[in-house]
Design a protein around this ligand. Structure first.
Ligand code: PHE
Ligand code: ZN
Length: 863
């Protein structure tokens, strides 16, 4: 990168420079005297020289007030130089001790030890442990931890850390202590502690070998009943990992703590997962069906890390996808197993396309295993996580259920207790199955979303399919090689609408693949990339009438949904009449073979940003205008169908409004899509129905859907209702963070020309606390996702975003860096917008004292 030469702050770390650690720390003892303003951390590291060399011990530390440094019981003359401490050591073993002071209440970065609502909590991944004590803070140094926690007993009655709990003891002066011992060696990024006033929902799980595990989810006492769904998901995850992967839990207790201030979703610390409260707390009054599913998915994700991440961890941070891609794949499998697999797959693909595809086609593109980074916190990306999961899914498709399990069994056998690489993972898959994944490895090396273009020719009973793959150039990677992918396909009879022959998994390896089919009883249409078996863009140039036919007949639910999406992209890419979309939706609603959950998905138009992604240059106004016109045509053209669907699903829900069964969720989904089309059509009857539903709702799903429908309505006749429900919602849920976030987001995402003014007003609202990452995302992050109004032609949206980013960077660089992403997409917009976006990026780079997190993101975006 050019910037790394001009700005030493942006020096890159490179995979090619990896060296094993010079010193290992098989054991560490921590003694932590907790206090919000002044915490004292004593550390004793038992060191062992790694190999034959005479290099000193080099430790990482950040923002530590160092009091004492001792080697083998004697004070050291060496003192820190910035963030490193270098100690020459004689002999192959030594004991190294430090005492440092840290200040949790001043820690707004939310890395290391910080305060949240009066509690003290840690976040150490990726490099937070160095903000707690001096340590070789890298994932290939694995240690057994023994941790003594001491604190004021009234302020911090609960003291948690990793592993097994020792006896607690009261101390003079109203203080108390407890010692936790973790028998499993772990890297420093998995260390955790929590101290504070907490109550727990408790339960028990008996493992496949009969071991009893005590489960606890800790939160404020008032929120304990809202942990029930998370607890059920935890037990289901433990059962799933035993049943599907043969993996058993390995400690006597498993603790989860929910906190309000958290940079990410959750963290898999050994035996002590710490969660963003929005992924734990859920009940029908405050959580939507989507929230319930997200809670279960994230609980499963963090639990599954116990094997994929903790027992087998990463050698270095370039290997992040080793644990994250694999664990996302496992949580997706779990969610599919617990609910509707078809809808889950559609939702996962939608998320991949919404976030990862743009990343892969923009200035931030990187392979799932990057080979350099400036700030590792910037690489917790949709590419590493979600594309990483797609790569694992392709292995699953190539090897089959049994072959994949043989591979994971060998991986765990071989590498339990080790810090390994993606290469080790692939080798285990190869050795267990006697296959060669040489070409498959390109998925780990090449960035960019492959394109597969497909042409079909047919004559008589013969058909030929030609599939051509290309991988587009990305920054730093001009030339790409073809990849090895499983491409599921089938043929659908153009007359009968039935599948002709079996589905096949074709392994594409070459740039061009020819497939021929003989003895076909009728003309056919290809059903391509069924189940989204490969994370690629398919270009098939299928006629609209054929897409409509597939949207009505394809027997693969994903492919059927996709056919309508492609039809919509085709129609909305032009000023053509949206009538084919109205007819397709009519057919879907009337199809007795489809369930409500699928219908609720299949009648939705692609988002404005997805439509924009399909174009070379995003025409913000035209996309909005056409999509709005199509929505109106679907709303008014099918008004009686929407009323029928609405009433049918509401009736189906009567008496089981709060049920979380797949059927009830499906009914709510379809009823609420119907309601939003009805409000779009704009009758007084529809406004009244939305208002009634808002007030009578027994679930957040129904209440929020009614609120959003009214908030998005352009009609002046809906003004009164809109203001009333917004005021009611705020008052009804005052003090409930996760719900107030929804109130902010609904307004920031509104489909209304006055959104920018509303967001400016909300920035001054007393509930807007930018230091809280959830709240910042709910207002500023949500606004940046509102394509039409964020991309206002005068650049006011960009200015607002950049102002917020610059202000927040002083508090929390990780939060700020995330806000740079939307501006990085400037190349996709017209010249006027592109210049305005660039100007804001340049203003960010020039602002004094910006963090390395933000500078890396902004300078990559400008390069
Ligand atoms: N490792 C966490 C997860 O995916 C994510 C995370 C990363 C959390 C960095 C905090 C900080 O489960
Ligand atoms: Zn994870």
């Amino acid at each position: 990168m050019a910037e790394s030469r001009s700005n030493p702050q942006l020096a890159a770390v490179r995979l090619a420079d990896y060296q094993p650690p010079d010193w290992l720390v098989p054991d560490i003892e921590l003694d932590i005297r907790l206090d919000a303003t002044r915490t004292v951390v004593k550390a004793r590291l038992h060191l062992r020289r790694n190999g034959r060399h005479d290099r000193p011990l080099v430790l990482d530390g950040h923002g530590l007030e160092t009091r004492i440094i001792m080697l083998n019981g004697k004070g050291c003359a060496n003192w820190p130089n910035g963030d490193t401490l270098t100690i020459p050591v004689d002999g192959d073993e030594a004991v190294f001790e430090t005492e440092v002071v840290i200040h949790p209440s001043r820690n707004t970065r939310l890395m290391g030890l910080y305060a949240s609502e009066g509690r003290l909590v840690t976040q150490c991944e990726a490099e937070g442990f160095r903000s707690i004590t001096w340590f070789p803070d890298r994932p290939d140094v694995l240690s057994r931890y023994r941790v003594r926690l001491e604190a004021d007993k009234a302020l911090y009655p609960i003291l948690l850390s990793n592993g097994d709990r020792g006896a607690a003891r009261d101390l003079p002066g109203g203080r108390h202590e407890i010692t936790w011992t973790d028998p499993w060696p772990k890297p420093s990024y998995l260390f955790a502690l929590v101290a504070g006033q907490l109550a727990a929902l408790t339960d028990e799980f008996v493992t496949m070998n009969g071991r009893r595990v005590q489960l606890a989810i800790w939160t404020a006492a008032a929120d304990v009943p809202r942990c029930a769904h998370a607890m059920a998901a935890l037990k289901a995850s433990m059962e799933f990992d035993e049943r599907v992967y043969g993996r058993e839990y390995d400690l006597d207790e498993f603790n989860i703590v929910a906190v309000a201030d958290f940079n990410a979703g959750a963290m898999e610390n050994k035996g002590l997962n710490i969660f963003n409260s929005k992924y734990i707390l859920a009940d029908s009054e405050t959580a939507t069906d989507m929230d319930f599913d997200a809670v279960a998915g994230v609980v499963a994700h963090e639990y599954f890390h116990n094997w994929t991440g903790n027992r087998v961890t990463c050698r270095d941070w370039f290997q992040l996808s080793l644990k994250e891609g694999l664990t996302v794949f496992r949580d997706q499998q779990f969610s599919a197993d617990q609910g509707s697999a078809a809808v889950k797959r559609i939702d996962d693909v939608r998320a991949l396309r919404a976030v990862q595809f743009p990343e892969d086609s923009g200035p931030l593109a990187h392979p799932i295993r990057p080979d350099h980074y400036v700030e590792i916190a910037n690489f917790y990306t949709a590419t590493v996580y979600n594309k990483g999961a797609e790569v694992i899914r392709m292995l699953h498709a190539l090897l089959g259920v049994d072959g994949f399990r043989r591979g994971t069994d060998l991986y765990f056998d071989r590498h339990d207790g080790e810090a390994v690489t993606c290469e080790d993972w692939l080798k285990a898959m190869e050795d267990a199955n006697g296959i060669d994944l040489k070409q498959f490895r390109r998925w780990y090396e090449q960035a960019g979303t492959p394109r597969v273009s497909v042409t079909l020719t047919q004559q008589g009973g013969r058909a030929e399919l030609v599939l051509r793959q290309t991988v587009p150039p990305t920054p730093g990677q001009p030339d790409k090689q073809p990849v090895h992918m499983p491409f599921r396909l089938a043929l659908i009879g153009r007359t009968s609408g039935r599948r002709i022959g079996d589905e096949q998994v074709v392994e594409l390896r070459e740039a061009v693949t020819h497939l021929t089919f003989a003895d076909l009883p009728e003309p056919v249409l290809p059903s391509l990339n069924r189940g989204f078996s490969a994370p690629v863009v398919v270009e098939a140039d299928t006629a609209r009438a054929d897409l409509a036919f597939l949207a009505a007949h394809d027997d693969d639910p994903f492919a059927r949904w996709e056919a309508f999406q492609q039809l919509a992209l085709s129609v909305l890419g032009s000023d053509d009449d949206p009538a084919p979309l109205v007819e397709a939706v009519r057919g879907t609603l009337a199809d007795p073979g489809l369930d409500a959950a699928f219908k609720g998905e299949a009648v939705l138009l692609p988002t404005e940003s997805f439509i924009g992604d399909a174009a070379t240059i995003v025409d913000v106004e035209a996309i909005h205008r056409r999509r709005e016109a199509a929505r109106m045509a679907i709303a008014t053209g099918l008004e009686s169908e929407w009323w029928a669907a609405y009433e049918r699903e509401r009736t189906a829900l009567a008496g089981r409004e709060t049920a979380l069964t797949p059927e009830a969720k499906g009914s709510r989904r379809l009823a609420n899509v119907a309601l939003s089309y009805l409000v779009t059509a704009g009758s007084d009857r529809a406004f009244a129905a939305a208002e009634t539903q808002y007030h009578a709702a027994l679930t957040m799903t129904d209440r929020l859907a009614a609120l959003r429908a009214l908030v998005n309505s352009q009609a002046t006749t809906a003004q009164g209702a809109r203001a009333a429900v917004l005021a009611d919602f705020h008052q009804r849920f005052a003090g409930n963070n996760d719900v107030i976030d929804k109130w902010f987001s609904a307004q920031a995402l509104a489909n209304r020309p006055d959104v920018l003014d509303q967001v400016e007003r909300l920035l001054k609202h007393p509930d807007f606390t930018p230091s809280n990452p959830n709240r910042l995302r709910s207002l500023v992050g949500a606004f940046a996702a509102n394509q039409r109004w964020f991309h206002a032609a005068d650049g006011a949206g960009y200015r607002l975003l950049a102002d917020q980013l610059i202000a927040v960077d002083r508090l929390n660089p990780q939060s700020a860096a995330r806000l740079a992403v939307p501006l990085g997409r400037w190349r996709r917009f017209d010249a006027v917008r592109a210049a305005l976006m660039r100007a804001e990026l340049e203003r960010i780079v020039a602002a004094p004292g910006m963090s390395k997190d933000v500078l890396e993101m902004a300078s990559r975006a400008l390069a």
